[in-house]
Ligand binder design. Sequence first.
Ligand code: GLU
Length: 499
Amino acid sequence: MSDIEVRTRLAPSPTGDPHVGTAYQALFSYVWARKNSGKFVLRIEDTDRERSSPASETAIIESLRWLGLDWDEGPDVGGPYGPYRQSERLDIYQDHVQLLVAEGHAYPCFCSRERLAELRNERQRSGAGSGYDRKCRDIPPEEAGRRIDAGEEFTVRMKVPLAGRCEFTDLLRGKIEKDWESIDDQVIMKADGYPTYHLAVVVDDHLMRISHIIRGEEWINSVPKHVLLYEFFGWETPVFCHLPLLRNKDKSKLSKRKNPVSIDWYRRTGILPEALLNFIGMMGWHLSDDREKFSVSDMIESFRLEDISLGGPVFDLDKLQWLNGKYIREDFTTDRLLDRLVDWGLNRDHFREILEICRGRMTSLSDWGDLTAHFFTEKLEYSRDQLLIKDMDGTETCRILQIILWELERMEGFTKDDIYTTFRELSEKLDMKMKLFTAPLYIAMSGKSVSTPLFDTMAILGSDVTRMRIKAAMEELGGLSGKQLEKLERSYALKDGEE
Ligand code: GLU
């Protein structure tokens, strides 16, 4: 390396559950910074005002800490280049956007949402792509200024070259070229004065002196726009290193339809953070002696970015389970394992919550094991027939369970009351008595038709585990085909729209 300090970053958007993809980018960025005695920065990208939430930010930070990763700068620890939350940096983005407009690299766009939607439809119909027609690109600056002063709403777009090619280098892929013609005049500032991802990421990576951008392959198509912004500002580009996409076992892109993707699910189902990090470290990388069990320190010692291989790494849960078992057996004394177990599920707070809802059915202290077993295992045993809703077959039951899943996915809070409200609404939407469609859920959650109260149980298990258990039940029932799912999606969206 040259004498430039290595500074890497993780830039999650707090818009949902902490994702294993975030842990993947975090681990590789963290290891590279530590390897080079550099700095690892956490930046929260919360410019999507509708979808961002402080709860999601807290959950992301907690799950990264649970994994054992730490950062040198970030919203919770401060640092010389803060603030590290984008919503607190709006002035900085405004200044940079104004600079681009003043220098003729960007322009205010007054096109209404309606016009843009119409344009999109028209273009799609004629097969001309969905791009913006650059109507506002040539409005003279004086006229634009007058319209802004008169209070007209506007966004700001960057001026993408009309011809020629963009060239940039990805550390793992070498030179990448793209025709400018295929790239839209991207919006860089929204009508509410918030920057878009493209502008904010470039400004922040520069001002925070990031030397290496290590992130998922899904961002590679954004790089031309970013490179152009670097050029407009006269800044040097950092090193780009796009990690290979994580894949499901069938090689499709890792998705929550096929795999649990929330870090929380792994934590709650008893995966050790050391094992999860080790497993994530195996995604596209391996030790030179091919040893599969290694620690983050081992990784730091021998890691080189250029050794990452691009063959799609598979998120194979069997492998993770195998590795987790190895850690449990080889790395823990019984006493340390006991400490972990207590921290994980037998701590006073957690166990108290569970006891509270099952004590009413206890006749002896020894009943606790049987009454609470479903909180401590994912290996529930039940038969397909137990899951069927009264008078329905497997497919019909799956349809209902799928709708329940969608509704649970949309929920923000997951307390007992939140769940009750969702189910009451569902009962109206489905025009079905709640008792009918909650019956299979008792089985799916606990393996038994009589068990701890359903909504309390789900709240204690948490959203991720609850949803995975419903998915497991659907699988037991034979599931829905792609076609059936599509059809259901359409009819349910329609019904939803009617309200
Ligand atoms: N906020 C983006 C995300 O949610 C960051 C992408 C990047 O690393 O540039 O992943």
